[in-house]
Design a protein around this ligand. Structure first.
Ligand code: SF4
Length: 247
């Protein structure tokens, strides 16, 4: 696990890296590609999946941004005694449809073995949470928080967590358009609001109206909101951020 600059967690932990969503604003792909050692995998699995039983010293991303289970990292939460808020898989989508269920189970088990920490998961594929819940494989622990990226109305339509009895949150970062939270099937218990960073030509600048509508809805429904610094850059007068475990 590593200290993180992400302002809503204290550490990030990447037992799985690599992602196939192909988001145009992805910072993780840029980082992984930069450190790609272009190594041949002697044990490449079906579907282009990689498992690393041991650390390869030369680079943290020997297979670039291809899905990779770093099995040697699974014990890291247990080896960190001081309680942390851990962003799990900041360099992947652990719940992407290409990720084997056995990998997800290994990661969730490793979290269970270190209950001193709070774990924040994040996916663009919340249907996988539901699928795992139906298989009784989604832990309902109070220190597990299941996040979904909800950047626009398309993502609202993909949010299917109603009736799943777990802690949930939305990462509305980068906010790419107006979002009517009332249209969602189920509401989160926390919202993170942020803007796109980087210099992509089609970079989206958030409109104040989009932010105000979300904030008003959250106020009405008593949903705490965390405002990322990259959004405060546009709107410095935003209210103070709130964490659901502190209210
Ligand atoms: S889901 Fe995240 S890690 Fe995957 S491509 Fe999109 S931004 Fe990158």
């Amino acid at each position: 696990m590593n200290k993180t600059k992400i302002d809503w967690a204290t550490m990030s932990w990447n037992p799985v890296t690599g992602c196939r969503h192909g988001c145009p604003y992805c910072y993780a792909r840029r980082t992984a590609t930069r450190f790609n050692a272009g190594l041949e995998d002697p044990a490449l699995l079906t579907g282009g999946l990689h498992v690393l039983p041991e650390k390869i010293k030369a680079t943290p991303y020997p297979y670039g941004f291809e899905p990779t289970l770093h099995r040697y990292r699974l014990g890291q939460p247990q080896n960190t005694e001081e309680p942390q808020t851990v962003f799990v898989c900041s360099m992947a989508d652990l719940f992407g449809r290409w990720v084997p269920t056995s990998w997800i189970v290994e990661v969730l088990d490793a979290c269970r073995k270190a209950p001193q920490h709070r774990y924040l998961f994040l996916t663009k594929n919340p249907a996988r949470y539901l699928e795992l819940d139906h298989l009784a494989l989604l832990p309902h622990e109070s220190n597990f928080w299941y996040g979904s990226t909800v950047a626009n109305m398309d993502a609202v339509g993909m949010y299917v967590m109603q009736g799943v009895n777990v802690n949930s949150f939305w990462s509305m970062e980068p906010l790419l358009g107006p979002v009517d939270m009332a249209a969602a099937e189920g509401l989160p218990e926390w919202v993170i609001l942020g803007a796109e960073t980087g210099n992509r030509p089609d970079k989206v600048t958030p409109a104040r109206e989009w932010v105000d509508n979300i904030v008003a809805f959250c106020e009405e429904n008593e949903i705490p909101v965390f405002f990322k610094d990259n959004l405060r850059k546009y709107f410095p007068d935003l209210p103070a951020s709130a964490f659901p475990w502190e209210v």
